[in-house]
Write a protein that binds this ligand. Structure first.
Ligand code: KG4
Ligand code: ZN
Length: 332
């Protein structure tokens, strides 16, 4: 069965073709960094306009890479939410119209479920059950994942998401958007112990987290010091250390609560090599194995949407009518 996956929840226009027998055949992506970079963050209206312009070329490119025709497609999966409504609408309208014209099912996919299942696209995928640490630009969650579709929220950020903290802190420091990769790039030059940032909520029981205080602390540091390259690197290192310390403590609690021995870390921030190393080292001591999606499937992509659409469809889920619905805020 050949599934076309469509992703337009934020600032990436992506299309992928996933074959349930042969695996991933194409994964095309148009990244809108250049559109949003001058503003230091995503401008929803501009994102939608780019999606409108890029959707069809990106789908055509995926078909070409996979050497398939539209008539080969057996179902169209698309990101239904959560995300920017006007951006989601472009992908949802395109996907549902294409599915209707081909006479095949359309399958609405939850963006965070797609991030979570992206780890299944690795050569060595995790086995259920596991603790999922979802860290993206819009979400920061710890979940108990018993099996496909059986998810229980253990804790979440009470304010900003981790990716948001990276993006806002980078912006305050005058670093380019997106902030995560920018801060990671200068991390290697940082000297430990030069500056100090809080480890929010680590003494607070449970798995909830908080990131807005960290961002405010970065802002205070920047206001009080001369902004040299060395200083930025020192702040980046301390910022990474603070986030790693918090994630390790909270994820260990989730592991204790569930008794699970596997962690899946997913979402855009899971591309961060420093965080991966710190988490791997901490879990190894506890005999816990951490799994990550392949690098290309950490940030937004359509491969994870096509794969999740295939799983949804296998479990009997598909859109029941022709209405085009998107959901901006949607708990998993
Ligand atoms: O999953 P994603 O592509 O989109 C959402 O669903 O939000 O995540 C985007 C977020 C951005 O905040 C970006 O700065 C962050 O992921 N990010 C990173 C890295 N690559 C992307 N954060 C830290 N280190 C990275 N290497
Ligand atoms: Zn995402």
């Amino acid at each position: 069965m050949l599934i076309l996956g469509i992703e337009t929840s934020c600032d990436e226009t992506a299309a992928a073709l996933y074959d349930t027998e042969r695996g991933l055949l194409a994964n095309e992506i148009f990244t809108q960094f250049d559109t949003h970079a001058p503003y230091g963050g995503v401008v929803p209206e501009l994102a939608s306009r780019d999606h409108m312009r890029q959707m069809q070329p990106v789908v055509q490119a995926a078909l070409k890479t996979a050497d398939c025709k539209t008539t080969d497609i057996d179902a169209v999966a698309y990101t239904k939410g959560p995300g920017l409504v006007t951006a989601l609408m472009v992908g949802a309208s395109y996907a549902k119209s294409l599915a209707f014209s081909l006479g095949v099912p359309a399958v609405g996919v939850h963006h965070m479920e797609a991030h979570l299942l992206a780890a299944m696209l690795a050569d060595n995928p995790p086995q259920f059950p596991f603790v999922a640490l979802l860290i993206s630009g819009g979400h920061t969650q710890l979940m108990a994942v018993e099996s496909f579709g059986k998810y229980k929220l253990l804790g979440a950020t009470l304010d900003d998401a981790i990716g948001e903290a990276f993006d806002k802190s980078a912006k305050i420091m005058g670093l380019p958007y997106p902030g995560g990769p920018s801060l990671e790039n200068i991390l290697k030059d940082g000297q430990a112990g030069q500056v100090s940032l809080p480890r929010p909520m680590i003494r607070h029981p449970g798995c909830d987290m908080s990131l807005s205080g960290l961002k405010t602390a970065v802002s205070t540091l920047i206001q009080q010091n001369e902004l040299t390259d060395q200083f930025k690197a020192d702040v980046s290192l301390e910022f990474h250390q603070a986030i790693a310390d918090m994630l390790i403590i909270k994820t260990k609690r989730a592991l204790e609560q569930t008794g699970y021995k596997t962690v899946v870390v997913a979402g855009g921030v899971s591309a961060n090599k420093y965080l991966r190393k710190r988490l791997d080292d901490a879990f190894a001591k506890k005999n816990v194995k951490a799994f990550y999606p392949p690098m290309a499937f950490c940030t937004d992509n359509a491969a994870m949407v096509a794969f999740t659409g295939a799983e949804n469809f296998k479990h009997g889920q598909q859109d029941q009518d022709l209405s085009i619905e998107t959901i901006a805020r949607w708990p998993l």
